[in-house]
Design a binder for this molecule. Structure first.
Ligand code: EPU
Length: 336
């Protein structure tokens, strides 16, 4: 089949220049089914390109998700059910919700990427996770072309995790996501996250609405996270590691200032940003790549980095954190 070859530099937020050898824009589910019928290449699904580190050319059928559209499906009391096609930009969806007085996703403002990618890693920020508003999704099974509905339970959501990163990895193309949102007037606002509280206090806002939360989150993100248009990056490169409480108490003696959060199951979450900073990596530049000066957990491309260079830096950081603290960092970003 004569597919288009495309350079992916503008399709990934790291700004890495690799070639896709078979690029196809998915604009309808019917088109998707047709292209998959005659395909014998491996499949690579591309959303916003904000959680992928491309270390080599993509020798696969690359499906660029361009399924657009969103609608209010129904209301029950204060709850409003929304259906959104998966290629929609996540942040534009959040802004649309705010315009329409729909609460639930305001804490997730300015997260890059598509609506379809949001459930795959159960995106989360400032006290909210996607799973809190998730009402199901529709996905097309690549092997059969069948459409299947997944309810919340079936998705096995965890911290930056779902069944689509594990047992069903690479097996489904998510076509539509459903949300249960609330009428803004009836909604509980979540302003508990420390940084959000401080911005609201500074702005003199004592009873925030969804727009206030969204604007506070946008301010915080813009102050810490580099804009991919200016400096290639993919947000948090690693997950925050969760460690056993006994082990935490042991290393806490050596590192008494280590920031940590006790989890309900007795384990302890430690910010990867803290570990990386205190292992001496924050703001450090190596060749064309480095750890960001405002947020050590973000790795950046200073312009001409290759994916392999960034991968090498991440390996060096993993080894250094392991050696210093005995803690294993796991990448949040997918490596190709
Ligand atoms: N910290 C440092 N040094 C750093 C960075 C952070 O000491 O260089 C410390 C901070 O002082 C703070 C703690 O680590 O005490 C947590 O930092 P922050 O509030 O910035 O959040 P994070 O744990 O680094 C996580 C998510 C972000 C999300 C924020 C806010 C992960 C892997 N990252 O970052 O998500 O926006 O919380 O909820 O869970 C993403 O996934 O791409 C992402 C940006």
């Amino acid at each position: 089949m004569g597919h288009k070859k495309v350079n992916l530099k503008k399709y990934n937020t790291f700004g890495l220049s690799v070639q896709a050898n078979a690029f196809y824009r998915v604009r309808s589910v019917r088109g998707l089914i047709n292209i998959l019928k005659d395909n014998d290449l491996p499949v690579f699904i591309l959303g916003g390109g904000s959680n992928i580190l491309l270390t080599k050319d993509v020798d696969a059928l690359l499906l660029k998700n361009e399924l657009y559209g969103k609608s209010i499906i129904g209301r029950a009391g204060d709850t409003v059910k929304i259906g959104v096609r998966s290629g929609e930009n996540w942040h534009r969806f959040v802004l649309w919700c705010i315009e329409n007085d729909l609460a639930g996703v305001e804490n997730l403002s300015l997260i890059p990427g598509t609506v379809g990618a949001a459930p795959i890693q159960n995106i989360g920020a400032y006290g909210t996770e996607l799973k809190d508003v998730f009402a199901g999704l529709e996905a097309l099974e690549l092997a059969t072309g069948n459409i299947r509905f997944f309810g919340k339970e079936e998705c096995n959501f965890g911290y930056r995790d779902s069944i689509f990163k594990r047992d069903l990895k690479g097996k489904f193309f998510i076509t539509k996501v459903f949300f249960n949102l609330k009428d803004a007037a009836a909604a509980d606002i979540n302003a508990d996250y420390g940084a959000v509280k401080s911005v609201l206090a500074r702005r003199g806002i004592s009873s925030p609405g969804i727009r206030d939360i969204s604007e506070a989150v946008i301010e915080i993100r813009q102050s810490k996270l580099p804009d991919p248009k200016q400096l290639g990056n993919s947000g948090s490169f690693f997950k925050n590691p969760v460690i056993d409480a006994n082990y935490f108490h042991k290393i806490k003696e050596k590192f008494p200032d280590m920031v940590h959060y006790d989890l309900p199951d007795g384990s302890v979450k430690v910010p990867a940003g803290w570990l990386i900073e205190h292992a001496g990596w924050k703001g450090k530049r190596i060749g064309n790549t480095g750890s960001h000066a405002q947020q050590a957990l973000v790795l950046v491309n200073y312009g001409d980095a290759t994916g392999q260079e960034i991968k090498d830096l991440s390996d060096a950081i993993i080894a250094s954190v392991r050696e210093k603290y005995g803690i294993e960092l796991e990448r949040e970003v997918n490596v190709w």
